[in-house]
Design a protein around this ligand. Structure first.
Ligand code: NAG
Ligand code: NAG
Length: 292
């Protein structure tokens, strides 16, 4: 039996190199699973042209964050049940209503810090959308809109876009708008008038009767004009902070905004003339900021 030790040795060798049973198995597999799961999404600078659907969650998901994915457009394969989508910090260049048609239940869409330079309203937009945040994009103008396209939209944030002017009826697509944020836009920069008379009229010239909060901080407007504020009869808060050129509040600008409760003009250094009689029209005014 001279070969018995050799056989034993061979047996030992085999045992030590064979894959270990159950305990180590799943642990070794974990990283492989993560890699395939991340695909182009996990890298932070993913490539939208490479299978954008890979790694997306299953159908029932209602809230999804796709921030920082290098997306050039919204993937067409998003779960239809989505109520809220955050696609901030991507590379989207345009947004059109039909593009959202496959997200019929969407209520909140956040696309801050993209490169959206073109908007197209039209049929097909999700009827329940109530919040649209397009802050810090590249919009220089808003598309004309003649009738309600997003009848339930309550909050529209356009802060930080290079918007120079608002034409008549600019928000007629959103008759239910309550909060409009136009802060840090280029309104009034250069020789542009900024906000046209009747910019805040809805369909058929009716006022934007639901608008309560308007933020014009950081814009280059010189005046609050009765030509546009008269179409905001329900205004409760007006933000006019850090407006380098705002130089006067006068006339009967607040005659049609009896519900005004908050007027914030902090850090608007050129504001030298404020006619006190304008406040006779605002019996509910509670907060008034005029520092600096
Ligand atoms: C994205 O994919 C395209 C086509 O495959 C390729 O040419 C490009 O270099 C990729 N970009 C990045 C950032 O990976
Ligand atoms: C408007 O948007 C800016 C930038 O996102 C934000 O700081 C500001 O608080 C917003 N204003 C209102 C009234 O929500």
């Amino acid at each position: 039996m001279w070969w018995t030790p050799l056989l034993l040795l061979l047996l030992l060798l085999l045992l030590s190199t064979a894959p270990r049973p159950s305990r180590a198995g799943p642990l070794q597999k974990a990283p492989v699973f993560q890699l395939t799961h991340q695909g182009p999404w996990g890298s932070g600078v993913g490539n939208a042209t490479v299978s954008p659907c890979e790694g997306l969650p299953a159908a029932g998901v209602t809230t999804l964050t796709l921030a920082n994915r290098g997306l050039e457009r919204l993937p067409g394969c998003l779960p239809r049940a989505l109520l809220s989508l955050d696609g901030s910090h991507n590379l989207l260049r345009a947004l059109s209503a039909p593009e959202l048609g496959h997200l019929p239940r969407l209520q909140v869409l956040t696309l801050r810090h993209n490169r959206v330079a073109a908007l197209r309203w039209g049929p097909g937009a999700p009827a329940g959308l109530h919040t649209l945040d397009l802050s810090y994009n590249l919009l220089e103008a808003l598309p004309p809109c003649s009738g309600p396209v997003l009848p339930g939209l309550r909050t529209l944030a356009l802060a930080g876009n290079p918007l120079r002017a608002l034409q008549t009826g600019a928000f007629a697509c959103f008759p239910a708008l309550r909060l409009l944020n136009l802060s840090c836009t280029a309104l009034g920069r250069g020789d542009h008038a900024g906000i046209a008379d009747a910019a805040f009229t809805g369909a058929g010239g009716a006022p934007l009767a639901a608008l309560e909060v308007l933020d014009l901080s950081g814009t280059f407007l010189r005046r609050v004009q009765s030509g546009w504020i008269r179409d905001l009869p329900k205004l409760t808060s007006l933000y006019l902070r850090k407006m380098p050129r705002l130089n006067g509040l006068e006339g009967d600008i607040f005659k049609v905004t009896p519900d005004l409760q908050q007027l914030d003009c902090q850090d608007s250094p050129a504001l030298t003339s404020v006619h006190t009689h304008i406040f006779q029209d605002t019996p509910l005014l509670q907060v008034l900021h005029f520092q600096k």
